[in-house]
Design a protein around this ligand. Structure first.
Ligand code: CTP
Length: 424
């Protein structure tokens, strides 16, 4: 990083609006913020660009760490720049963080803090400290670099720039994975996205942590009692992982590190997750749900990860469908079935279509008729609609429904006959 002026600095971060750092620094001076630094993704990606000429992804947010009160700083920013430019979105008093936008640039401001975990995977308690001390609480050496905005000095006590140079990811300390198991998923995400390698020592930490299971919660307890690092925060990390292009490499990393055991033993031993997720993207259904649909108990896992309730219900329904089709396959009666029989089998259940799609993704043996039903047969309609029947003298009531059903069945039969003729 060049020790140049702030305007130059803006030039070095092409994604930052010109002059924004200067403005932030001026307001920090007025708000008497003792020290202020850039930290995290923006800085890491900038160093990667410098060292490897690897293009930056468009960053989502700028992380600032300050020695002072983020809330007060946010208020002064808003007073000085005006509410047209500054929009305070979230204040977290407990963690002393503020999320705001300046000219639509998302900025996370955190008070420099150390963290103490009462129990591994719980949310930590925080204690104000210096920026240098704050860097120790972070996940990997590549993310524990700060750029002091007043002195323009690079604070890099854990040699994160060296790790970037050597394209490696390594935990800051030996208790990192135990304290916050979501970091294991973060490691997989960064390794795949940045094309970096996790160090053998850090992989050992992951494996030994999972084997020793230092968390109070176990699979025999209720899903609701799981600590945040094994529930909501873990879900958020998986969601981020699924959103990135290289999700496949990331999940493969996790499986190689035995880390899918954090979710479920069947997922760790499962070889079909790629197919399921590919299909989920193709069919426009949640890749997350498709991924966990092969857990030993998807409902338990979904509840533990606190997926939205509708997603949980879909997974439960998908399991019902899968079971239904397994029994059907076992009965052997479907061998000569065509669209008419399949429609009669599927439709009375009134299953949710998204749940059907998850069942298709899960790779049940009878996925093809289910897929054809979804893609074609369910869309066959009778040529006459209720309006036509009423115009033809039918009286409003259930009889119309029955007639429309009968007419649709005729269309399905016609389709079936045409198909058989063209196949022969
Ligand atoms: N962090 C951490 N442990 C976590 C989450 C975050 O130590 N479980 C720290 C890291 O230092 C990280 C910073 O908080 O760099 C900000 O986290 P986040 O916004 O999730 O990541 P970015 O650094 O912005 O990186 P990216 O958005 O590229 O993933």
């Amino acid at each position: 990083m060049k020790s140049s002026g702030h305007l130059e600095f803006d030039k070095e971060f092409p994604n930052l609006k010109k002059g924004i750092i200067k403005v932030i620094l001026e307001v920090a001076n007025q708000a008497c913020i003792k020290r202020i630094a850039i930290v995290g993704g923006v800085l890491r990606d900038k160093l990667i660009l410098d060292l490897h000429k690897q293009p930056l992804k468009n960053f989502q947010d700028l992380d600032l760490v300050i020695e002072g009160s983020p809330e007060k700083f946010a208020r002064v920013l808003s007073e000085k720049l005006g509410t047209c430019r500054v929009n305070i979105k979230k204040i977290n008093a407990a963690y002393q963080t503020v999320e705001l936008t300046i000219d639509n640039l998302l900025i996370d401001i955190a008070r420099a803090r150390t963290e103490k975990y009462s129990k591994p995977a719980e949310n930590p308690s925080i204690f104000p400290c210096s920026i240098e001390e704050d860097l120790y609480r972070r996940d990997f050496t590549i993310n524990s670099i700060a750029l002091d905005l007043r002195t323009f000095e690079l604070l890099d006590p854990y040699k994160g720039s060296n790790a970037i140079k050597n394209r490696i990811i390594t935990f800051i300390h030996s208790g990192s994975a135990a304290e916050d198991p979501t970091r294991i998923f973060r490691a997989a995400r960064y390794a795949s996205r940045l094309d970096f390698e996790m160090t053998p020592e850090s992989i050992r930490q992951i494996k030994s942590t999972i084997t020793s299971w230092p968390w109070d919660w176990t699979f025999s307890q209720t899903p609701e009692s799981a600590p945040p690092g094994l529930s909501t925060r873990l879900r958020m990390e998986i969601e981020l992982l699924m959103k990135q292009d290289k999700w496949q490499t990331a999940i493969q990393n996790l499986q190689n590190w035995q880390a899918l055991l954090l979710l479920d033993k069947d997922l760790q031993n499962d070889n079909n997750w790629k197919r399921r997720i590919h299909w989920a993207f193709r069919l426009g259904v949640s890749p997350f749900s498709a991924f966990i649909s092969k857990a030993s108990s998807p409902a338990f896992l979904a509840s533990r990860l606190q997926l939205p309730l509708n997603e949980q219900h879909l997974l439960i329904e998908a399991q019902k469908i899968i079971k239904h089709f397994q029994i059907l396959e076992f009965s052997g009666k479907t061998k000569d079935w065509g669209p008419y029989e399949w429609c009669n089998e599927i439709e009375p259940n009134k299953w949710n279509k998204q749940a059907i799609l998850i069942a298709i993704c899960s790779g049940i043996s009878l996925w093809q008729p289910l897929f054809r039903w979804w893609g074609k047969w369910s869309r066959i309609k009778s040529k006459t609609n209720a309006k036509d029947l009423l115009a033809n003298g039918w009286e409003a009531g259930p009889a119309i429904g029955r007639e429309l059903k009968r007419l649709r069945e005729i269309e399905i039969r016609n389709y079936q006959n045409k198909k058989q003729t063209s196949d022969n």
